[in-house]
Design a protein around this ligand. Structure first.
Ligand code: GAR
Length: 195
């Protein structure tokens, strides 16, 4: 299964996925490309250091549709079969979602459907929640609302700040994302063998 990963920043989830693919923990897969909308995303260097090709598509001066069309073309050129959003901080256009039906997934740092959108940890702490976590889900046209693949709960401690909570959740995101992609890769291989 050829995987394309979209990032905007640090890329720790991307690194977790690349390492799991390269070690064989995620079976029969290859990370074909890492794409960033930010030229200075720290994850780009981490991908290159692991031998993964990177491409940058800045949004500047383009409509959302034009920007997405460039990314879709790059993914299609490389025969990507699963698109993983890993800290990619843009909403995908409907044409992007139609280009990869049921083949785009995202990781979000809350227990969806609770707390979709931005500033998640601030809102979770302000509400006095005792538990938060992360969710890997299919991406559809509604924000953070596609079918859930896997979730992981993380306890909130007294005195937690946005920094401590986000770091503790991020740590758990990695294994959660690997588990979700592993499941999809296994299904993909089974389906390919049947057809
Ligand atoms: C992660 O916490 C991810 O869940 C979040 O951004 C962070 C990226 O970290 N994504 C979203 O909030 C998407 N709406 P990373 O670049 O180190 O993987």
């Amino acid at each position: 299964m050829k995987i394309g990963i979209l990032i905007s920043g640090g890329g720790s989830n991307m690194v977790a996925l690349v390492d799991a693919v390269q070690s064989g923990e995620i079976p029969d897969s290859e990370v074909a490309v890492v794409i960033s909308d930010k030229p200075n995303a720290e994850g780009l260097e981490k991908a290159r250091a692991r031998g993964v090709e990177t491409v940058i598509f800045e949004r500047k001066g383009r409509t959302r549709e034009e920007h997405d069309a460039e990314i879709i073309a790059e993914l299609k050129k490389r025969d990507v079969e699963l698109v993983c959003l890993a800290g990619y901080m843009r909403l995908l256009s409907p044409s992007f979602i139609r280009a990869f039906p049921d083949r785009i997934i995202n990781i979000h740092p809350s227990l969806l459907p609770a707390y979709p959108g931005l500033d998640v940890h601030e809102r979770v702490l302000a509400a006095g929640e005792k538990v938060s976590g992360c969710t890997v889900h299919f991406v559809n046209e509604d924000l953070d609302a596609g079918p859930i693949i896997v979730q992981c709960e993380v306890e909130i401690y007294e005195g937690d700040t946005v920094e401590t909570l986000s770091a503790r959740i991020l740590e758990r995101e990695h294994a959660t994302y690997i588990a979700a992609v592993k499941r999809l890769a296994t299904e993909f291989t089974e389906n390919t063998e049947k057809s």
